[in-house]
Write a protein of this length. Structure first.
Length: 371
């Protein structure tokens, strides 16, 4: 699998950052739009025009609460030669699919599947602080994933892993904060809430972890999602965020792992029905593998081995396409990441880690801002 395209955008102007991004990823954004046109029709029964009509309430919400991020999306549209509603659709793809999901579909309904981890306080044998995840999503979008470095003074510099056209998903910032996120099931009401890409980007724009927690707990999200925050000073917290409330947990002996099921809360709607039942296997398997990092003198390799586990294949920790499903619904580990928050080194494996080694991205989190 080729490495993801690496794109650096730098400007104090949100519109200009977006324009740079859109121009550098125009072909991948076109590919993403083509895929979601098919996916929304197949899984939600929506035409592309109907999808674009769905974005109106979210545009108004983002404009009200995060106008700079809407300006960045407008810049992406301009640079890529597409419309703003199309970029909004890419940033709201999980919300749209979940709102219109066919209950008898064989595909996952949650925004994105993942297994996230954090190692602090002696959980890594070298004493460093690590965070990362296996990001599981549609096999067909693997080729649209990009690694973004965003220089945006006076806000922290970011390194993000996103689908082309998205403004946020998972990553870390120059203030030493990492965000790894996991989709959760359940919808609590019919009102429009903030899209996850916007919430996650706002969290990573925060200069300190207290502000990040405030954003997560004060924002009315459209769909539930889990957020695992790790700070280089040796602190981590996991927060299950829903429109109906929040739950939180801390690690045991410095190790914290979360998947796609509620580990603290019980969803009000639908009891404890699981959207991703394989999460019940992935999480303990990740813990079993990652606990070995405490005694390891090669922590990154230990993490890579742990995240390559295949119990339950193809819906395993290291996920692979299920050939029994239509191609548009097939699921796999899109990208595996491992961030050393102590040194600022950011590693990614393009696709399932069993097939791809961790490669160092060409930027350090703590690099000085380039002129």
């Amino acid at each position: 699998m080729p490495s993801p395209r690496v794109i650096e955008i730098a400007s104090p102007s949100a519109q200009e950052r977006g324009r740079q991004y859109g121009a550098a990823a125009a072909d991948l954004i076109a590919d993403a739009i083509a895929y979601y046109q098919e996916a929304f029709a197949h899984q939600a029964g929506l035409s592309w025009d109907q999808v674009l009509d769905h974005t109106g309430p979210w545009q108004r919400l983002v404009e009200r609460d995060h106008p700079a991020l809407l300006a960045e999306m407008a810049g992406i549209a301009d640079g890529a030669g597409v419309t703003l509603p199309e970029i909004l659709a890419l940033n709201c793809r999980g919300e749209i699919i979940y709102d219109n999901w066919f209950p008898d579909s064989t595909a996952h309904a949650d925004a994105d599947g993942c297994t996230s981890f954090s190692l602090i306080d002696g959980a890594a044998g070298d004493g460093h602080v690590y965070a990362g995840q296996n990001w599981d999503w549609r096999e067909a979008v693997r080729g649209t994933v990009v690694i973004l470095r965003i220089v945006q003074p006076p806000k922290p510099t970011l390194i993000l892993q996103v689908e082309a056209g998205q403004i946020g998903r998972h990553g870390a910032n120059s203030a030493g904060l990492a965000l790894n996120a996991n989709g959760l099931g359940g919808r609590f009401d019919d009102s429009a809430g903030m899209p996850q890409t916007v919430i996650r980007r706002a969290v990573l724009d925060a200069a300190n972890i207290a502000d990040a927690v405030k954003i997560l707990t004060s924002t009315n999200a459209h769909i539930p999602s889990n957020a695992l925050l790790t700070h280089r000073d040796g602190f981590s917290i996991d927060i299950e965020t829903t429109p109906g409330g929040h739950g939180w947990e801390y690690g045991v002996n410095g190790l914290l792992v979360h998947g796609n099921h509620y580990q603290v809360l019980t969803p009000r709607e639908g009891g404890s029905r699981l959207i991703s039942p394989d999460s019940l296997i992935r999480v303990p398997r990740a813990r079993q593998g990652l606990i070995k990092a405490a005694a390891s003198d090669d922590v990154r390799n230990t993490i890579h081995t742990a995240m390559s586990d295949h119990l339950g294949h193809p819906d395993s920790l290291c996920a692979h396409p299920d050939e029994r499903l239509p191609a548009v619904e097939q699921w796999s580990t899109t990208l595996s990441s491992c961030v050393d928050l102590t040194t600022g080194e950011y590693y990614v494996a393009a696709g399932p880690p069993c097939e791809n080694k961790y490669e160092l991205v060409p930027f350090n989190l703590y690099d000085e801002v380039r002129p």
